[in-house]
Design a protein around this ligand. Structure first.
Ligand SMILES: [Fe+2]
Ligand SMILES: [Fe+2]
Length: 148
């Protein structure tokens, strides 16, 4: 059986959850904090990009999924803003961790909402062949853009 779009998105959501957990465990200005932050920033960017192309794009035209698609895309922008705020804040500052926690909270909320709300509705809009086509296209795009 081929990878459906749901499977490929879920796999990458797990990567984000793990990195977000690790990020809020870091302390002060350190190579570890810097590395995890860069990895998370990259994962968030390529995932949102590919997810908007291969998941939200076909869903935003359907009445059933338009509202939740717009909401999901708006949350991608909110996460981008928190990433920018972290970049503008000195990593050694006590302000850094609370913003990182806000980002981790937002990520967890967003992924749970996608998996528990829009995935169910999307299953009614996308037939099995389409789910597999989109999964393949998503994966190909991610593999092309992910920096190891
Ligand atoms: Fe998303
Ligand atoms: Fe997602």
């Amino acid at each position: 059986m081929k990878n459906t779009i749901f499977k490929t998105l879920r796999d990458d959501h797990e990567i984000q959850r793990t990195l977000a957990d690790k990020l809020i465990d870091t302390e002060g200005k350190s190579d570890e904090r810097d590395l995890i932050f860069r990895k998370l920033k990259h994962e968030l960017a390529i995932h949102a990009d590919a997810e908007e192309r291969f998941f939200y794009k076909p869903l935003i035209d359907a009445d059933l999924t338009q509202g939740k698609s717009r909401h999901g895309i708006a949350e991608h922008h909110e996460m981008d803003e928190l990433v920018e705020k972290l970049e503008e804040t000195d990593m050694s500052s006590p302000q850094w961790l609370p913003i990182a926690k806000e980002l981790a909270h937002k990520i967890n909320h967003h992924l749970d909402e996608e998996e528990h709300e829009i995935f169910q509705l999307a299953g009614k809009i996308l037939d099995t062949a389409k789910q597999e086509d989109l999964g393949g296209a998503y994966l190909e795009y991610i593999e092309e853009h992910r920096i190891a």
